[in-house]
Ligand binder design. Structure first.
Ligand code: TXA
Ligand code: MG
Length: 360
């Protein structure tokens, strides 16, 4: 049974937090908001409870969870042999959307880490998440709360959509939209120099200055090509995908992007396919000048001039695409700068790497 409890995102009601933390203590699941996306959590030290997460999501058991702590002093409950480089970083970055891969403490059950000897840890910057962890008196292991393969939930409604018909004992803390809309940045600090496993709200530019070293950015972190499974276990699975086929259109020059978006749309319209566009507000105004295009269903993904607005609406846009009953979605690519890298990583994966690029 899915129980939904509305909470104030900034000042959550103690009695609701208590009810949810009792669920955690008793080995049940709680879906809770973080500053990135909603997580589906259980008591980290209860392996059986953590298995329920995998079962509810349909998640492969070798794709490990992220452990959420409310205070950096709790780090040594879940990780050991913490490299010195980590302490100044977490003093500045936590609570916040930065997940670190560290050597695991023997107390963390193998279910959480997919049998690995490392553990992913972060401290989330959301008052509801922090209150829940504190009240549960245990680190909370949680992946994103979507069903495996679906876009991550940025609204409580997305979780209801995925789980309403399931028979799973769970409380959902509905605190409205999450703040960033894309999942945390993941950095593997067991390697030297550290390796970016997943781009997120902490940008590469910020990481380089936080760590004060070079950061390795593999191709797969940009959403190009397959990940080395040994390095990034979760990245081999198809992610974030809408059910509808998606194509991403990418160009360096904006004029060329508008033209290519129009050409790609016309190409599929001529094949008698039903097409929808996932584009920014600015691009919608440009494309509306073309009569063949201005009848098409459009999903607005924020403002091109502010990529944070695109990140915040990205996963909801991918879910909206499935409600339009079209054959194909065509998405606008954006610049890989700042949080734009995280957006492009998600979009490219969501398309199953169906990318159309401008000729250079
Ligand atoms: O913002 C977020 O990170 C959200 C919120 C709920 O915190 N969580 C999230 O978890 O998005 P999710 O569904 O992406 O799953 C955890 C990710 C997977 O990609 C997994 O492969 C990676 O963390 N991960 C976990 N443990 C790891 C490890 N030991 N080594 C490498 N990657 C690991
Ligand atoms: Mg996920």
């Amino acid at each position: 049974m899915l129980k939904v409890r509305k909470v104030d995102p900034l000042n959550p009601d103690n009695s609701i937090i208590k009810e949810a933390s009792d669920y955690i203590k008793n080995g049940y699941l709680v879906a809770f908001p973080t500053e990135t996306v909603y997580g589906l959590g259980a008591d980290t030290f209860n392996g059986e409870a953590c298995l329920k997460i995998f079962k509810a999501k349909g998640r492969p058991p070798d794709n490990p969870l992220i452990v959420h702590i409310s205070d950096m002093n709790e780090l040594d409950r879940v990780a050991i042999d913490i490299p010195e480089i980590v302490f100044p970083v977490i003093r500045k970055a936590w609570p916040g959307p930065l997940t670190l891969i560290l050597p695991k403490s023997p107390d963390v059950p193998k279910e959480v880490t997919g049998g690995r000897n490392t553990v992913a840890v972060r401290s989330p910057a959301h008052p509801v998440a922090l209150a829940l962890i504190k009240s549960s008196r245990t680190p909370i292991a949680a992946p994103s709360a979507n069903k495996s393969g679906r876009p991550s939930p940025t609204l409580a409604e997305h979780i209801i959509e995925d789980y309403a018909n399931d028979n799973v004992e769970m409380i959902l803390l509905d605190a409205g939209p999450t703040f960033f809309g894309v999942e945390s940045t993941i950095v593997d600090v067991t390697r030297n120099p550290p390796v970016l496993l997943r781009p997120g709200p902490f940008t590469i530019e910020e990481l380089r200055s936080l760590f004060n070293t070079e950061i390795v950015v593999p191709e797969f972190a940009r959403g190009l090509g397959e990940a080395d499974v040994a390095l990034a276990p979760g990245m081999k699975y198809k992610h974030y995908a809408p059910r509808t086929q998606l194509i991403v259109v990418e160009c360096e020059k904006y004029d060329s992007l508008i033209k290519l978006l129009r050409d790609v749309a016309l190409n599929y319209l001529n094949k008698k396919l039903k097409v929808a566009l996932l584009i920014t507000k600015e691009t919608a105004s440009e494309l509306m000048k073309y009569p063949e295009i201005n009848e098409l269903p459009i999903i607005i993904m924020g403002y091109r001039e502010n990529p944070y607005t695109i990140a915040a609406s990205l996963f909801d846009s991918l879910r909206s695409l499935d409600r339009l009953n079209v054959d194909l979605g065509i998405a606008e690519g954006i610049e890989e700068r700042g949080i734009g890298l995280a957006v492009m990583n998600r979009l490219r994966k969501a398309s199953g790497f169906s990318i159309v690029k401008c000729k250079m």
